[in-house]
Write a protein that binds this ligand. Structure first.
Ligand SMILES: NC(=O)c1ccc[n+]([C@@H]2O[C@H](COP(=O)([O-])OP(=O)(O)OC[C@H]3O[C@@H](n4cnc5c(N)ncnc54)[C@H](OP(=O)(O)O)[C@@H]3O)[C@@H](O)[C@H]2O)c1
Length: 335
């Protein structure tokens, strides 16, 4: 690896980051072609089902160049999906070196690296791998951990309550905060809540027109929720009955395994406090989104139901702080 490799890979990462939510459930990928030390072409994956970054970077280049290097943020794919294998686009007469950000964790798509070597192309791997993985956190978590990427979201008063004593929680946060929650919902494949949230709030759990609606998942061991609840308009998946044990953590593992089998790549957990606490204690989560509203109510339902001491480390680091008028949102990443 040379310092130039890092430089050009960062350009490829910039390309990749142009691909937004529209590429989902594919990863965001960027590519740059360099010949004689100059960028001669670049491209990125724009929308799910459209040509991959490699195609966009390679299809227009001058075929008379040789000894060029292709920088690509993810291992070129080696399978027929919505498009043909990117491997077939890499002509060793034109490209004699490929520098890759990180390997593709999807077993269906990987294998490109070995084929490149068979074509006698020099290959460098893991250049800016952390940045490449960071860009596609949901995708990597899904394939490597064999579970959805999990975002826990909760809205709290300044004194740590998520509802009044009687369960009333409308509304803790302001309209702008709630709009941002609807947007977040639309970016997730599924949304999960506990039984009592349905019973107390009768929420729709949709994205309120901000985008696609997530699949609704409810934990209700004894099938107590009435079929008249609003969520039933959207055909929710209910986890109930004998498949659930008395151990909430075992249940979470079972639910996540089932969601993985059903290709749910991202899951938003929206409470309430009991459900949220089980996820925190099970350590099955990747991001924690806490909305703090400038309200004090003195008593109510707590954000967290478990028992920990001040020396217990939740291993959270602040990723982003956002402001919605007088509400504050903190996004924590789990290390
Ligand atoms: N401020 C916020 O962000 C927010 C968000 C959502 C809800 N809320 C408020 O929170 C209140 C409801 O929350 P809550 O804490 O009382 O209850 P909850 O978390 O909504 O529901 C808890 C119930 O769900 C089931 N459950 C959850 N996780 C389970 C697991 N791993 N295994 C088995 N069963 C599981 C259990 O049902 P069974 O008892 O049937 O076994 C459990 O008693 C409402 O007042 C609502 O307004 C606030």
């Amino acid at each position: 690896m040379t310092s130039k490799d890092k430089f050009f890979m960062k350009l490829a990462l910039q390309e990749a980051s142009k691909g937004g939510i529209a590429v989902y459930p594919n990863p965001r990928v960027g590519a740059v072609v360099v010949s004689d030390g100059k960028v001669v072409s670049s491209g990125y994956h724009k929308t799910f089902g459209s040509p991959h970054a490699e195609f966009n970077a390679l299809h227009n280049i001058d075929k008379n160049i040789s000894n060029a290097t292709l920088y690509v943020t993810l291992e070129p794919c080696n399978h027929h999906g919505k498009t043909g294998p990117c491997m077939d686009l890499i002509d060793p007469k034109v490209i004699n070196r490929v520098v890759i950000g990180s390997r593709d964790p999807n077993p269906l798509a990987s294998g490109g690296l070995e084929l490149l070597k068979q074509k006698n192309i020099d290959v460098e791997i893991d250049i800016c791998a952390d940045e490449s993985r960071q860009l596609n956190r949901r995708f990597f978590t899904f394939y490597e951990n064999k579970r959805p990427y999990i975002i826990l979201k909760i809205a709290s008063t300044m004194d740590g309550f998520i509802a009044e004593d009687n369960g009333h929680s409308k509304w803790i946060t302001n309209v702008d905060s709630r709009d941002s929650v609807h947007e977040l919902r639309s970016s997730c494949d599924a949304i999960l809540v506990g039984r009592k949230t349905i019973e107390k709030d009768n929420p729709s759990l949709t994205s309120h027109g901000k985008g696609k609606d997530p699949k609704i998942i409810i934990i209700d061991k004894q099938n107590r929720i009435k079929k008249s609840a609003s969520v039933f308009k959207n055909d929710p998946i209910i986890f109930s009955g004998d498949r659930l044990t008395n151990d909430p953590h075992v249940n979470i593992k079972y639910i996540l395994d089932t969601l993985f089998q059903n290709n749910i790549q991202s899951l938003m957990v929206e409470g309430g406090g009991i459900t949220f606490s089980h996820f925190i204690d099970s350590k099955f989560f990747d991001e924690l989104h806490v909305y703090y509203a400038p309200k004090l109510i003195g008593s109510g339902l707590p954000l967290y139901h478990g028992r920990k001491s001040l020396v217990d480390n939740l291993e959270l680091k602040i990723h982003k702080v956002q402001r919605f008028k007088n509400d504050i949102k903190i996004i924590y990443y789990k290390n």
